[in-house]
Design a protein around this ligand. Structure first.
Ligand code: NAI
Length: 254
């Protein structure tokens, strides 16, 4: 068991990559506190793992709302007295609009979920981790954190910002026991398209992103990303800090 007894908070754990991380971490012995805004899917993940004999704690809330984000981390602190690992995974797409077309509403919503949320959870977790003297944070960014071609202005900017939060956290606390790294997944089979309904897509932006998408070398499964998160969360990665690691089948090798 690679994560035996490790208290782990995971955001966006009801679907896709977050669900796969919750499953693999629970199977590796972690005490998982899993959060998501989707109550029914979160309950389904919780009952599936309970049936497997690996119960997890589920918490429903909106990661972009400070009170909900803090309540998620606080649940781990209240019930276990510490948080060893935080995985900031929850995220939503934009509608592929460029900066000339993006609306205030979309910009602010994407920033709330993709940037404010990880800041809120990281802030509270970092305070606990500093007091404990150890902790690991894994941020699920995107190849959109490394290129302008993969999405619209809001999503691209939000994921670039998440790398900034990753590196700042790694640098600030490198000598105080906290490691913080980012994963940049490529195209991964999940439910993320639900946050990008076809009738809301910006046609020009979608065409530009579509051009970039023709270069996708491989479609990943959520378990491929979970395997990397498991490695980064574990002791084998003890000197990996501030790293930005792609898992994209070579898409960003272009
Ligand atoms: P998904 O849509 O299957 O799962 C995302 C989960 O986050 C959902 O359960 C959703 O309910 C939850 N969520 C959304 N807004 C939330 C909020 N305000 N508060 C709490 N939970 C919320 O999507 P996927 O693909 O598993 O996404 C996970 C992460 O991976 C995201 O950060 C995404 O940006 C990133 N990613 C995904 C890629 C892909 O191709 N699927 C590629 C690169 C990055």
């Amino acid at each position: 068991m690679q994560l035996d007894g490790k208290v782990t908070v995971i955001t966006g754990a009801a679907s896709g990559i977050g669900r796969a991380i919750a499953e693999v971490f629970a199977r590796e012995g972690a005490r998982v506190v899993a959060g998501d805004v989707n109550a029914s899917r979160m309950a389904e993940v919780g009952s599936a793992l309970a049936t497997e004999g690996r119960p997890i704690r589920t918490v429903v809330g909106d990661i972009g709302a400070r009170a909900d984000a803090e309540a998620l981390v606080q649940t781990a602190l209240d019930e276990h007295g510490r948080v060893d690992i935080l995985v900031n995974n929850a995220g939503i797409m934009d509608y592929m609009a460029g900066v000339g077309e993006v609306t205030d509403e979309v910009w602010q919503h994407v920033m709330r979920v993709n940037v404010d949320g990880p800041m809120y959870t990281s802030r509270l977790a970092a305070r606990a981790m500093l007091a404990q003297g150890h902790g690991v944070i894994v941020n699920v960014a995107s190849i959109a954190a490394l290129t302008g071609g993969a999405a619209g202005a809001a999503y691209t900017t939000s994921k670039h910002a998440l790398l900034g939060l990753t590196r700042s956290t790694a640098w600030m606390y490198a000598m105080r026991g906290i490691r913080c790294n980012a994963i940049c997944p490529g195209a991964t089979r999940t439910n993320i398209a639900e946050s990008m309904p076809a009738d809301r897509l910006d046609p020009t932006g979608a065409a530009r992103a579509g051009l970039f998408a023709t270069l996708i070398p491989a479609w990943l499964e959520s378990t491929d990303i979970a395997a990397l998160a498991l490695f980064l969360a574990g002791d084998a990665a003890r000197f990996i800090n501030g790293a930005v690691i792609t898992a994209d089948g070579g898409w960003m090798a272009l």
